[in-house]
Design a protein around this ligand. Structure first.
Ligand SMILES: [Zn+2]
Length: 204
């Protein structure tokens, strides 16, 4: 099955993305769904431009998310700023390596993989690359699936903060890195949502 296969669009079929009703000879975008009155689109409008914009913002913010402190720890003795990676190292040195690994994977590896995967999807949809459509479709579903678990990233960061707090009896102030990190999570979620998976199957 390659790009030569018929699509809903080529058969004059249109599916409502809200209630999944399929209609024949519907004309997008003026028409609305006969059942739930949602606006119909053959493809999500401006999908590639929107997804690209969101992804570029996410990729830019990924840098301060990792370089700026996610928390400022204040104790009576001293003040300390921790980035994600230095927090992971603190955990590692204090012997809680499973949690250190969890935080490392959830807050550094997964967001990076999400950004790279979305970049691959955007590029191949834009170039309408004919080979490996099935794999890219699976890649999209994987990103979508991870998105459903993306609160894990936020949990990982708060877990990190809590552990440091417990260990040092300190008061913690959320740093700019944490805001940037939160923005990365939200932006990649939105980018996954604005990307139209059907673009992966459009023929040249
Ligand atoms: Zn509908």
């Amino acid at each position: 099955m390659t790009g030569r296969a018929a699509t809903g669009r080529s058969l004059g079929l249109l599916v409502c993305l809200d209630c999944h009703l399929t209609m024949r000879d519907a004309k997008a975008p003026q028409m609305r769904c006969a059942r739930c009155h949602a606006r119909l689109h053959e493809r999500k409008p401006h999908s590639l431009a929107l997804t690209t914009t969101l992804l570029v913002l996410a990729a830019i913010l990924y840098v301060p998310a990792n370089l700026l402190p996610v928390m400022d720890t204040q104790t009576i003795i001293d003040d300390e700023s921790d980035t994600i990676i230095s927090g992971v190292l603190v955990l590692l040195h204090s012997g809680s390596w499973p949690i250190a690994m969890l935080v490392f994977v959830a807050s550094i590896v997964v967001p990076l993989l999400k950004i790279l995967a979305l970049a691959v999807l955007i590029y191949s949809a834009w170039r309408r690359l004919p080979n490996g459509r099935m794999q890219r479709s699976q890649l999209y579903r994987a990103v979508e699936f991870i998105g459903k678990w993306s609160m894990l990233d936020i949990y990982a960061i708060s877990l990190l903060a809590t552990l440091v707090q417990v260990q040092s009896f300190a008061s913690i102030i959320v740093g700019w890195g944490a805001w940037a990190f939160g923005a990365v999570v939200v932006l990649t979620l939105l980018a996954t949502h604005t990307f139209d998976e059907r673009l992966l199957w459009d023929a040249r």
